[in-house]
Design a protein around this ligand. Sequence first.
Ligand code: DSN
Length: 459
Amino acid sequence: MTTTLPAPPIAPAAVARPYGPDLVTFAGSAAARLRRADATLYDLLNREAARQHSTLMMVAASSVADPSVLACGGSALGNLTAEGYPGGRYHAGCSVADDIERLAIDRAKTAFGAQDAIVQPHSGSSANLAVLTALLAPGDTLLGLDLDCGGHLTHGSPASVSGRYYNAVGYRLTREGLLDYDRIRDLALAHSPKLIVAGASAYPRTIDFARFREIADETGAYLLADISHIAGLVAAGLHPSPIDHAHITTTSTYKQLYGPRGGLILLGRDARSSGPERGTLASTMRRAVFPFTQGTPDLASIAAKARALDFVAGPDFAELAKRLADGAHAIAERLSARGLPLVTGGTDTHMVLIDLRPTGLTGDVAEQALESCGIIVNRNRVPGDTTPVRTTGGLRLGSNTLAARGMDRTAAGACADLVADVLDALRAGSGVLPPAVRSAARARVDELCARHPLPGYLA
Ligand code: DSN
């Protein structure tokens, strides 16, 4: 951070120069330029694009951004250093950046019905850590869902700053894999946390944010809702919104918002209430991001967030969100029908958790076998799982990318049947997948990918 005089506005003549769309990335032929300059890297990037086209992405933490979102991320904004916030930067040359950041803020507020939004966090984790550092002193107590039960690293895991620098108390799930609000209340009364975190990375059911707020109010805690996994369902009205229940809501932008790598902090009815020290809660959060935990923002990513959020607030998103919810239901129904036990028996979201333990398979073996067929999922612990963290007794599946490919319930169900076919064969082969099953599954994946191409990527 440096101290500079306020920059004069850019001369209108320069602003008005008729730059064509090709100059968005400084070179209309950016890809060709990359190929000439660095064939090795170009080939790697192409391989990754081809991999994404030709595999069924069913990682619940993943989605696919529209090329218009990626274009913002690769734009000339990446060249900009712009510490501070719109109208209060510490570098000159930020008038366009200010307009772009204000646009992203407005679109975030619109998409979520929020009173205020901070669009600079580099990720959902960065957003969470900013909130923690703003509200807690080292050693203060926070209450979050245990990582083993589907919580997130930044909700108090000892592997993260959140569990190392704070006194993290974890709440767990019922035997059925559900949040136990009475138990959470008991823990809050017993430990008087300064912050309660509601949200998860591996929880397939609806979260009662209103109930969490009651507990927070009763025990004098702030409530942070981390909706990284369900932000799209929230924006579409298919999951209750925490915006006016939580003091602060965070989300990453690359999962269900189909945006760039990045995070958001959103505030609802408490935005203008007093913060823990000076100013409002919203201004406290702004300072927590910059200058407390981040330096210069990534304006290219902020532009990409603006692009994604416009889509989220627009008319087509509701259809996509409905499709991803329907797809997840179809996946859960098919897997259950095929005899695979699911955590909580099903889903209310985009996510399905298979408990592999009764099958004798482990998550790592299943994940690898599925990847060898072109089906991408991730191994995940399930409640009560004592399997080592790199092995795991479960698999986590999600429908975000399938929905973006336009897959309806039938197509998503077909993907689930493929998963079940591979797991059945793997089980029969005692952890070894017969080559004929792999070839058949791979052919089916090719067919599904060809019938449902990634939207906007093919000329
Ligand atoms: N939070 C991690 C996950 O859910 O997989 C990555 O975003």
